[in-house]
Design a protein around this ligand. Structure first.
Ligand code: PDD
Length: 278
């Protein structure tokens, strides 16, 4: 298998980045994760558009017009044309003497690779998640590689054998450490509105569209923790999560359960999602 680094296709062990790369020194970089089902990229345009948005928001100059062909080649060189997997893309603000301000001239460092991962079988999962405080910055809409708050929170979850944690900021649920978050209340689906406090999830966006097309009421409004007792179903979505139902929410002092079987709204959305990736 080969990884793409700054115009070259290299064996992973031969791909090297400078110790002065700003991605390494500052976490000064942007990333994307794009899924492919049976070798077919899913919502590629939407992911590239979000990449462009994030790069713009942090004024990271990088021409991404050839990224589509690089991505296709990554799948081919990894021999994943018939497999399920994902593309990882990272763009950092290149190599420069360490200053907190951006260097005037730099060549962005670009890394792209494809890897195989399991994207199916999510309908059989009914998971527990940890509830954590959202310690992230106020620009969660940017897909920044600076993920310290996410990884600290997710590691706490992992210590209890949970694969994901969901976060609370100022009394409202925001999202997961690497997934978007939905609640079902009174047969309606609730999710935090886009803005500075969540990532505009590509899967989240698809879910909203599926709700609208199928007469499921979708409300983009943050859910206060105080209204959790009115919630009947919880699920998370994402590139590597698809639509995963949540069985128990683990707070430091209590566990809130959402039944012994996956709820019917979640089930319906999972079926609709499967039609999309077929
Ligand atoms: N994470 N929220 C956060 C904080 C995320 O990191 C992600 C994705 C999502 C879901 O977005 P999407 O549907 O576009 O994948 C929501 C990726 C997969 C990751 O960090 O690996």
């Amino acid at each position: 298998s080969k990884v793409y680094l700054n115009g070259e296709w290299l064996k992973p062990e031969e791909a090297k980045i400078s110790v002065f790369d700003r991605g390494f020194l500052f976490g000064d970089g942007i990333y994307e994760v794009i899924p492919f089902y049976s070798g077919k990229l899913f919502l590629l345009k939407e992911h590239l558009q979000r990449l462009r948005y994030s790069l713009n928001e942090v004024e990271l100059q990088c021409d991404i017009s050839d990224f589509e062909s690089i991505i296709l080649k990554a799948i081919e060189l990894t021999e994943l044309n018939a497999a399920d997997g994902a593309i990882y893309i990272q763009v950092s603000r290149g190599m420069a003497p360490r200053t907190h301000y951006f260097p005037e001239n730099y060549d962005a460092t670009v890394l792209v690779y494809a890897y195989k991962t399991n994207l199916r079988g999510f309908q059989n999962q009914f998971k527990d998640v940890l509830v954590s405080n959202d310690l992230r910055w106020h620009r969660c809409d940017i897909k920044s590689v600076s993920l310290m708050a996410n990884i600290l929170a997710n590691t706490e979850a992992k210590k209890s054998d949970f694969s994901e944690n969901i976060m609370i900021r100022d009394g409202y649920f925001t999202e997961g450490s690497h997934s978007s978050l939905f609640f079902v209340k009174d047969e309606s689906v609730y999710t935090h509105p886009n803005g500075k406090f969540i990532l505009p999830g590509i899967t989240r966006n698809l879910l909203i569209k599926l709700c609208k097309e199928n007469n499921i009421v979708i409300v983009e409004k943050a859910l206060p923790v105080s209204e959790l007792d009115e919630v009947t179903e919880v699920f998370i979505t994402g590139t590597t999560t698809q639509i995963t139902a949540i069985k128990n929410l683990h707070f430091p002092d209590r566990i809130i359960n959402f039944g012994n079987d996956i709820g019917k709204v979640t089930r319906r959305l999972q079926l609709l999602f499967c039609e999309e990736v077929k």
